[in-house]
Write a protein that binds this ligand. Structure first.
Ligand SMILES: Nc1ncnc2c1ncn2[C@@H]1O[C@H](COP(=O)(O)OP(=O)(O)OP(=O)(O)O)[C@@H](O)[C@H]1O
Ligand SMILES: [Mg+2]
Length: 417
């Protein structure tokens, strides 16, 4: 029986209006109503007695699964609209917006167009209490972004608790998250609160949520839906008010399709999805990041990169993303010793020896003909940019630094539509 709690009344009114247009009637009721069981669905404002303070629950006993998914989607969209309306911009945000470009955001460094989109999204997410799902490859900054969301939220003065779901086996994670009662299992010598209790009124960052077992997924879903849980081995039901930020580097949608991740939990944590770009998709930020990491390691003498060294850093594929770059810079600083300039031959062998596979293939396929190689490269880069931007030519053109008209001509030439 789906319940959505802690929602803003404006979100619900909006959702109700939209759903009504689609022929789905949700009723706004006074409080969690027994009689609502007979209705198709109801919104129930929660009172303080529920321990959740002012808030709203949506009670939907008779909705079919697709209808529940529809309501969830509507809530996601409405949450963003309302967050927009509620947002009060800080002065520095306003200044940045006026200049049009930000180079950092609460410790996140980057100025690429994808990062501007990220910062805009974080502006909207911060003030809300909605659950967030951060998705990105290893080292793209998922934890950093989760801290930024907490720092920009009304809970910023409350606790920020982190746990990594892949670091424990199932039983340990259960007790870690929810706590246990004395004697619940061998070694449970005393009552112990779990991290959900510790995170009460704050934010809980659940890292690698894709690695959580289905049994624990059910318990997390219950906290999200009802704000309640039981410690392991305990009959007492406890209540918490925790904002959850989840992260994963796995494809949760594919895991849902494969039956490895619960669909209901997926929809619940997917309320606001924050995709993080891989570093190779925002290469223009590499010099900025290098500068940032150098400045953190800089001791006596300022260091700068030899041009060849900077070029090789800029060309490399960075499968380990920002973390790999951070480690590389640290390594370079150490190896350079007192030298004022960091030479290219200090780079890790994998970076020095790396050559972009696309270029090699292209040159080979072109049989030594330069015009053919250039055409092949053009086709490849334009195809990739169109894919990255879902066929949006304006954005693809911006990314490739060509005019839109030029791009349209090339897309037609190579039949990349
Ligand atoms: N945009 C960024 N600006 C500055 N530092 C960054 C940025 N992104 C990542 N980092 C740094 O890179 C390292 C890895 O970041 P983080 O731990 O947040 O990544 P992650 O996505 O959680 O990685 P993993 O999937 O491996 O857990 C950290 O030291 C972090 O400070
Ligand atoms: Mg991480």
């Amino acid at each position: 029986m789906p319940w959505w709690t802690g929602l803003d009344l404006r979100v619900l009114r909006h959702v109700r209006a939209v759903l009504r247009r689609r022929g789905l009637e949700l009723t706004l009721v006074e409080r969690r109503p027994e009689e609502a069981e007979t209705k198709r669905a109801a919104f129930a404002p929660l009172d303080a007695a529920d321990g959740k303070g002012p808030g709203i629950a949506v009670f939907a006993p008779a909705l079919s699964e697709p209808e529940v998914a529809l309501v969830q989607l509507m809530l996601n969209e409405a949450a963003l609209d309302v967050a927009d309306a509620l947002r009060e911009r800080r002065p520095e945000e306003r200044a940045a917006a006026a200049s049009g470009r930000r180079t950092s955001y609460h410790g996140i460094c980057g100025a690429a167009p994808t990062m501007q989109e990220l910062y805009d999204l974080l502006d909207r997410i911060g003030p809300s209490d909605a659950t967030v799902l951060i998705q990105g490859e290893n080292g793209t900054g998922k934890e950093l972004v989760s801290r930024a969301i907490h720092a920009a939220s009304p809970r910023r003065d409350r606790k920020f608790v982190v746990t990594n779901c892949s670091a424990f086996n199932d039983n340990l994670l259960d007790s870690e998250l929810f706590g246990h009662k004395r004697g619940a299992f061998t070694g449970a010598v005393a009552d112990k609160p779990g991290l959900f209790e510790i995170a009460d009124t704050g934010t809980f960052f659940l890292d690698e949520i894709g690695d959580m077992s289905p049994a624990l997924q059910v318990k997390v879903l219950r906290v999200l839906q009802e704000g309640t849980f039981n410690r392991v081995g305990d009959t007492e039901t406890r209540r918490v008010d925790v904002r959850i930020i989840a992260a994963t580097n796995r494809d949760l949608a594919a895991m849902v399709a494969a039956g490895q991740f619960r669909e209901d939990l997926y929809y619940r944590i997917h309320v606001l999805a924050v995709p993080l770009p891989a570093l190779r998709e925002r290469r223009e930020d590499i010099p900025l990041l290098v500068e940032y990491f150098l400045s953190r390691h800089r001791r006596a003498r300022p260091k700068r990169l030899a041009p060849e060294c900077a070029a090789q850093l800029g060309a490399y594929a960075w499968p380990g993303n920002v973390r790999e770059l951070e480690n590389e810079v640290e390594r370079l600083v150490v190896l350079a010793g007192d030298a004022p300039t960091i030479a290219a031959d200090l780079l890790s062998p994998r970076i020095r020896q790396w050559s972009p596979p696309a270029t090699e293939d292209t040159a080979e396929a072109a049989n030594g003909s330069l015009p053919a190689a250039i055409e092949a490269l053009e086709r490849r880069m334009i195809g990739a940019a169109m894919k990255r931007h879902n066929g949006n030519k304006t954005r693809a053109a911006e990314d490739l630094k060509v005019s839109r008209r030029n791009l349209i001509r090339l897309v037609q030439k190579y039949q990349l539509e």
